[in-house]
Design a protein around this ligand. Structure first.
Ligand SMILES: [Zn+2]
Length: 136
């Protein structure tokens, strides 16, 4: 009963807030890893970095400015390119890397994927229409 009440209060608090996006999760995971390292290293600067990372993650999660946080998250995720899937869904990323080869279009740099094991394939870039050959 008290637990359900707490859950309802937590849900009410989080309404209209950003929540745990990829950047918040990354900051949190990095803080966790560095905190474990810090247990052995015992460096003040490392403790400060851990606290700042946790603060950044909490700031992102509870931020009411969802549009701005989403824009920041998208900007970083855009730069990550194919690594993005590894952050979002590691099992799916593993499957993807086993089944498809990823390459960049020589003209516009768009990432294209082709099924692996099909030999030499002719690729038409979905963005600019450039045709190029690729060994899958
Ligand atoms: Zn292209």
């Amino acid at each position: 009963m008290a637990n359900a009440n707490l859950n309802r209060k937590a849900a009410e608090f989080m309404r209209g807030r950003n929540g745990a996006d990829e950047l918040a999760v990354c900051a949190g995971l990095l803080a966790l890893v560095l905190a474990i390292v810090d247990v052995f290293a015992r460096q003040v600067w490392l403790t400060v970095v851990v606290v700042l990372l946790v603060a950044y993650a909490v700031f992102r999660i509870v931020s009411p400015d969802v549009a701005a946080r989403r824009k920041e998250n998208e900007a970083v995720m855009e730069r990550l390119g194919p690594a993005r899937l590894w952050l979002r869904n590691p099992p799916a990323a593993l499957k993807e890397s086993r089944e498809y080869k990823h390459a960049r279009c020589p003209r516009c740099n768009q990432v294209v994927r082709v099924p692996r094991g099909k030999g030499l394939v002719r690729v038409t870039c979905p963005r600019c229409g450039e045709k190029f050959e690729l060994r899958s």
